[in-house]
Design a protein around this ligand. Structure first.
Ligand code: NOJ
Length: 529
């Protein structure tokens, strides 16, 4: 890659859910030393940055997304010394650390909230959102929490309600209070000072709420709790813009520092609106996570995303994270990984930053849990209609020895029954494995700048089941053909010299006027003007 390599634009960001990556103490929970021990693996894989799901102290009502201290490390993951070492060792390997900042809310165990709820006169009273009810037993307005039920919790001792857009153990901070804002901005400064390069901002577009606390418009026929009302007055409020600009100003004081926002209820226009100058570097669009296995659906997402972002803002793509069913179970058929190769080729050759999620590279499947094994508060609440997010957060499958080599203790969540076969060690040895396919693609991406920097254009004249696009950079051209179905598909080929080819299904790249794509084939052809 050229000298102008910009890590968050040109590189690959890999999300680690620390509880489940590698446990060095036998506690059954992964830890920072575990990540340090696996850095060679990550370096060989070829990633450029690690996004760590929260590692701040947390009572774990929402597994780290309920923080009780923003400026330290949860002892279950290790110490600040371990963190400093992680920064040093990753720097040596050219890997950056992206912290997950959960700044919309804290844990109810955070000392700020403890103070805030201690008396109405407490100086931190206004650090959270307290309101009188509309009458006995009647909450201040109709807002519902994202995970269902009222967003207001009655506090008997205080005789008032507090707002929680998630679980009641996650009270929302009052970003309108200048002291709160300053303290939260200091969180960025603190971690930047430690050598962190980037931040993923949890539900950043919830930070501000309507000052008048108007009722939200109701949508009576929606089943999903987060869709039963339009979040007109508690999401995407205009005041957010200035705060994002303040955050950006801090980031711009550091070389290459970066922030990506988790856009609640994302759509291309909305997510794009939060990116750019005086705003975030990137915002997540989650449309891929909802796409069925359908070439057209994927192409229309990236087409709209490209159009919404325009020339000056850079896309990002994600197939997995800690909140959704794993793509291997959404798309994979049984234990077959062919489709996952097609999906990974798409992720790594679209124009935009690819985000990977631990275990995606070995095709880890969603784990089906019994009711008694569920730990996620969302799963506990909605069982059996929705079983929660534990299934995509299970331990990384490293090898075929005890507990897949994740821990010598009892893992905090069960492993997938396929772990003896599906693991890093086995796939490293198998030249045709998904892991080796990811590695080869990543090497290819690094060596062929056109895959990173090239303009992108959809190729229209292809069968419905084929997603095809062209990338062009200077004199180089790459054409990517992804066959989404299990029958061969013919595509036209304007005869030209192929400089190089890459495929999961063939080794020879000579064509006449057509290419017959194999079932589940991902084919990349390089040529030049
Ligand atoms: C979004 C996070 O991704 C999710 O895991 C968490 O439960 C909520 N925000 C609340 O912080």
């Amino acid at each position: 890659m050229g000298d102008d390599f910009l890590w968050w634009r040109d590189g690959i960001i890999y999300q680690i859910y620390p509880r489940s990556f590698y446990d060095t103490t036998g506690s059954g929970i992964g830890d920072l030393r575990g990540i340090i021990e696996k850095l060679d693996y990550l370096h060989d894989l070829g990633i450029d940055a690690i996004w760590l799901s929260p590692i701040n102290p947390s009572p774990d009502r929402d597994f780290g997304y309920d923080v009780s201290d923003y400026l330290s490390i949860d002892p279950k993951f290790g110490s600040m010394d371990d963190f400093d070492e992680l920064i040093q060792q990753t720097e040596r390997k050219g890997i950056r650390i992206v912290m997950d900042l959960v700044l919309n809310h804290t844990s109810d165990q955070h000392p700020w909230f403890q103070e805030s709820r201690s008396s109405r006169e407490n100086p931190k009273r206004d650090w959270y959102i307290w309101r009188d009810g509309k009458g006995i037993g009647r909450s201040p307005n109709n807002w519902i929490s994202i995970i269902g039920g009222s967003a207001w919790e009655w506090d008997e001792a205080m005789g008032q309600y507090y707002l929680h857009m998630y679980y009641k153990g996650q009270p929302d901070l009052n970003w309108r209070n200048p002291e709160v804002r300053e303290n939260l901005l200091d969180v960025f400064r603190f971690w930047l000072g430690k050598g962190v390069k980037g931040f993923r901002l949890d539900v950043f577009n919830l930070y501000f709420k309507d000052e008048e606390f108007h009722d939200n418009p109701v949508r009576p026929f929606h089943l999903r709790p987060d869709q039963q009302q339009a979040l007109k007055f508690n999401c995407d409020q205009p005041e957010l813009k200035d705060t994002l600009a303040e955050i950006r100003k801090i980031l711009d004081q550091y070389n290459d520092a970066y922030a990506i926002g988790e856009t609640l209820l994302s759509n291309p226009g909305k997510a794009a609106g939060y990116c750019g100058e005086n705003a975030l570097h990137q915002a997540f669009l989650f449309d891929f996570l909802e796409c069925p296995w359908n070439a057209h659906r994927f192409s229309s997402v990236f087409d709209q995303w490209e159009k919404s972002l325009g020339r000056d803002r850079w896309p990002n793509y994600v197939l997995n994270n800690h909140d959704v069913k794993r793509s291997a179970s959404r798309y994979g058929q049984g234990e077959d990984d062919d489709r996952l190769k097609v999906a990974s080729a798409m992720l790594l050759t679209l124009r935009g930053t690819p985000f990977m999620y631990y275990g995606e590279e070995i095709g880890m499947r969603e784990v089906t849990l019994k009711r008694s094994q569920i730990l996620d508060p969302v799963g506990l609440r909605f069982w059996p209609f929705y079983k929660g997010r534990d299934g995509c957060r299970t331990p990384m499958q490293w090898n075929s020895i005890e507990n897949a080599g994740f821990s010598i203790g009892q893992p905090w969540l069960p492993l997938h029954p396929d772990w003896r076969e599906r693991n890093v060690e086995n796939q490293t040895k198998d030249p045709g494995s998904l892991l080796n396919f990811y590695k080869e693609l990543i090497v290819l991406r690094r060596s062929e700048e056109v895959l990173v920097k090239g303009e992108i254009r959809l190729l229209q004249d292809v069968p419905n089941n084929v997603l095809a696009y062209e990338r062009v950079y200077l004199t180089k051209k790459a054409r990517i053909y992804l066959n989404f179905c299990q029958t061969p598909q013919e595509v036209n080929f304007a005869k030209e010299e192929i400089l190089k080819g890459f495929s999961n299904k063939r080794k020879e790249f000579h064509f006449q006027n057509t290419i017959s794509l194999f079932p589940d084939e991902a084919l990349i052809l390089f040529s030049s003007d």
